[in-house]
Structures are given as C-alpha cells and as structure tokens.
Design a binder for this molecule. Structure first.
Ligand SMILES: Nc1nc2c(ncn2[C@@H]2O[C@H](COP(=O)(O)OP(=O)(O)OP(=O)(O)O)[C@@H](O)[C@H]2O)c(=O)[nH]1
Length: 198
C-alpha cells in the first residue's frame, strides 16, 4: 500500500498497518497567504491536496490565530479536493506549553466534530509517539477504504480518486530535493573549476 499525506516537508516513511508494510509520503504545504478575502493557497498547495490521500490540518494551542484559520483551510481543502475530498484530521500541536495555551482543550474536539474529522492533541517536541499514533490511525482509516470497483468509472467520486492518483497531476517537488540538486550542481561546477585551474 502507498499513502500520500499532505502535511510537512516531503518525507517518506515505512510503517506497519495491519501487518502490511506501508510507505507514506508527507508533503509540507508552506506559502499560504492572508489576503483581504481570507487565506489564499498557492498552486503547489492546491496541487498537493489533489495529490494527497489524506490531509492533516495543524494548529498550535499557543497561537489562537492558527486555530481560527482551520475552518477556512478546511473549506479550501474541500474546494481543492473537488468530487473526492481526501480524509482530513485535525492536530493541535504544542500541548506541552501549558503556560502559553491560547486555545482551550475542549475547542479542538468541538471544531473537529463540526468539520467531521478526527482530532488529536499532541506535542511534537515532547512526545513523538502521539504524532506517530495520529498518522498510524489515519493510515488504518485509509487502508479500510474500499478500492474503487473496476467498472465504476462512471462514478464521479472514484473517477476523481483515480485522477488524484494519476501521474497527470504532477507530484509536488520537495524543496529539499531541489535544494540538493542546486547544491550538487554548485559542487560539480566548483570541481570543474578546480580541475581546470590545475
Ligand atoms: N514546545 C514545543 N515546541 C514545538 C512543538 N512543535 C514545534 N515546536 C517548535 O515550534 C517552532 C516552529 O516549528 P516548525 O516545525 O518550524 O513549524 P512550522 O509549522 O513548520 O512553522 P512555519 O515554518 O512557520 O510553517 C520550532 O522552534 C519548533 O521547535 C511542540 O510540540 N512543542
């Protein structure tokens, strides 16, 4: 099984889901901008949402604004997902910073209930296993989804799912990879210069 989750720089991880080896790729979505009309997502983020099998929306419990933006982000995900909105989970991060908390612990589950998604409160820095647990349960949820029926191409939902997985939607490039390529070229040209000068 191969699962793509829209949420962090592009990372690849092997995890066990119900005894099956699963490779998940997690893609960061930086670049959301605040405009007079609310949040605007750059094209590469919209593309990531169409490419993803699931979306993880994250806010910080120390940052009220990040919480207030979740509903709007969820709407953008729904719009970008089109006919087949990928499953979404809500993560409240930085739960360890009790003295800086700006979002009540009841508000996250309430919002998740309204949006119809699962909720997890975590501390990425204090307890990585909580984050792992949230991703693991998301993978289990995805694994339980029935695959599209072979003759169901007329169903708009399955067509959209297939389209999302199609290579026609370019997979977003990892900025890290691009950076690596750039650095590799620089190192190569530096080497050529050194050889030429010898
Ligand atoms: N105390 C605490 N700090 C955290 C936690 N998660 C992240 N941080 C810190 O918060 C800061 C921002 O973390 P990032 O991983 O850069 O968060 P980000 O969402 O990518 O931030 P942007 O670059 O603004 O998008 C860093 O200093 C992290 O160490 C957490 O659970 N608890």
């Amino acid at each position: 099984m191969f699962t793509r989750v829209c949420a962090g720089n592009l990372y690849s991880r092997e995890v066990q889901v119900d005894g099956e080896q699963v490779t998940i790729q997690v893609q960061d979505t930086p670049g959301a901008e605040m405009t007079d009309n609310g949040i605007s997502l750059p094209d590469h983020v919209t593309c990531s949402i169409q490419w993803a099998d699931a979306v993880v929306l994250v806010y910080s419990v120390t940052d009220r604004r990040s919480f207030d933006l979740i509903e709007q982000l969820h709407q953008l995900v729904a719009r970008a997902g089109g006919a087949s909105v990928p499953p979404v989970i809500l993560l409240a991060n930085k739960a360890d910073l009790l003295h800086l908390r700006r979002v009540d612990s009841q508000q996250g589950p309430l919002l998740a209930g309204t949006l119809g998604c699962s909720f997890y409160e975590v501390s990425a820095s204090e307890d990585y296993s909580q984050v792992h647990g949230a991703f693991h349960r998301l993978c289990c949820q995805l694994a339980k989804q029935p695959p599209p029926a072979p003759n169901s191409s007329s169903s708009s939902a399955s067509t959209a799912t297939e389209k999302r997985r199609s290579p026609l939607i370019p997979r977003p490039k990892s900025p890290n990879m691009q950076d690596l390529k750039r650095r590799f070229k620089q190192a190569l040209s530096a080497k050529v210069r050194t050889v030429t000068s010898v």
